[in-house]
Design a protein around this ligand. Structure first.
Ligand SMILES: *Cc1c(COP(=O)(O)O)cnc(C)c1O
Length: 401
């Protein structure tokens, strides 16, 4: 027998290593969800770390559409889109999304992760280059690896950096890929400048708008619409349905030739089961609400300003963000974990985000807001944060608090 390393032994060793460095990640089991409340380990907590920004995940029209369609069409997707899985509910959702986003075409995917894999794998190959913001979502990085293209990263939100990287790779086709709203920082990409860069460098602009759609821009159309990019640029835009829209799945919207090419060739589209049609019916109901109910975005802005003013009054360090993603910086992992644990004791669920999800030394509480939150709940969180910080900072004040 060869002297091969056992994969089981390796997994155990990695786990112990992570435990020693306090980097072990564990799951919490939610036993019940009730709007902004969650029940975890038998305790009812106020949730400040979900992505249900518009408060649609439990909306009666969304859940009702799911139930009605499931009663008629069943729970599953039955087959891939190109075999016999493509359903009229999918069609209706794709048409609604294209209409909302003012794009020629939209194509559904199982998830945002899969959509990113699909876009880069179908459009790029060896000899091509993909330049990406350093803080892009992990799925965009993985997608570039899968495509076999060269991946070049530029400093966060730095159009000049993007130009430099594109100039350094003048051969082959090019894509400039960026989050529209950055998932862990909450700030927006400088899309107007990036669109100019992409145009000048003949690169396709791809905007992963998982956290922008529904939340920013006119009618919640997302980061691309908010940036009022020149129509001649025609970026591809990723919409995820699992965040502001409260359901599950994703879509890519943009140029008809590009989107049709994805449907015909992208392996993460072709070789997977279609989304359950009932889920598309639920998403359609959610999109209609998101388009129409502006008060949800207005409420979010009110809550964002309230949280920021309160946090600043207490001297907390927030990142510059005007989206519902409001990271509160803790620095080291231990502080982030201690604050998160103490907040949980006080009745608030705010998960600590640590490396490698964020850079070393940038651990944080990623606070997220929802239109379903009340102003008084945001005030209560700010007060709890101040209490927790003061208690933990005091010598002898403990982590076990
Ligand atoms: C969540 C997220 C994704 C993945 O979307 P899923 O539908 O959850 O797979 C992709 N990009 C960004 C920026 C995200 O935040």
């Amino acid at each position: 027998m060869p002297e091969r390393e056992s994969l089981v032994a390796r997994a155990i060793a990695r786990r112990e290593e992570a435990r020693a460095r306090q980097r072990l990640r564990t799951r919490r089991t939610v036993t019940h969800r009730d709007g902004v409340h969650v029940e975890v380990d038998g305790r009812r907590l106020l949730n400040f770390c979900g992505n249900d920004y518009l408060g649609l995940a439990q909306h009666f029209q969304v859940a009702g559409a799911l139930q009605d369609a499931a009663a008629r069409e069943g729970a599953g997707g039955v087959a891939s889109h190109l075999v016999c899985g493509h359903h009229a509910h999918h069609d209706a959702l794709e048409r609604e999304l294209a209409d909302w986003l003012q794009a020629p075409r939209a194509l559904l995917f199982s998830s945002g992760y899969m959509a990113n894999l699909a876009v880069l794998q179908a459009l790029l190959g060896e000899g091509d280059v993909c330049v990406q913001d350093r803080l892009n979502h992990a799925s965009l990085i993985d997608a570039a690896r899968l495509s076999g293209c060269r991946l070049r990263r530029y400093p966060h939100a730095d159009p000049e950096g993007a130009v430099r990287q594109l100039r350094a790779s003048p051969d082959g086709a090019a894509m400039l890929a960026t989050d529209g709203v950055f998932s862990m920082d909450g700030d927006s990409a400088p899309l107007r400048a990036l669109a100019l860069v992409a145009h000048a460098q003949r690169a396709l602009l791809y905007v992963d708008d998982a956290h922008g759609v529904g939340v920013v821009g006119p009618d919640g159309r997302g980061s691309v619409a908010a940036a009022r990019i020149d129509r001649s640029v025609q970026p591809l835009q990723l919409v995820t349905l699992g965040k502001a829209l409260g359901t599950y799945g994703a879509a890519v919207a943009g140029d008809a030739d590009l989107v049709d090419h994805l449907a015909a060739t992208a392996r993460p589209y072709i070789y997977t089961t279609a989304l359950p049609p009932a889920l598309s019916a639920a998403s359609l109901a959610a999109v209609k609400l998101a388009r129409r109910e502006h008060w949800r975005r207005e409420r979010l802005q009110e809550l964002v300003q309230r949280l920021r003013a309160g946090a600043q009054r207490h001297g907390f360090e927030l990142l510059p963000s005007d989206t519902p993603i409001q990271p509160l910086m803790c620095g080291d992992d231990a502080t982030a974990l201690a604050w998160s644990a103490a907040l949980e004791n006080a009745g608030f669920l705010v998960t600590a985000i640590r490396p490698p999800t964020v850079p070393e030394g940038r651990a944080r509480l990623r606070i997220t807001l929802s239109a379903a939150h009340e102003v008084a709940q945001v005030d209560a969180l700010v007060n709890a944060l101040a209490t927790v910080r003061d208690r933990i900072a005091r010598p002898g004040g403990g982590r076990a608090a």
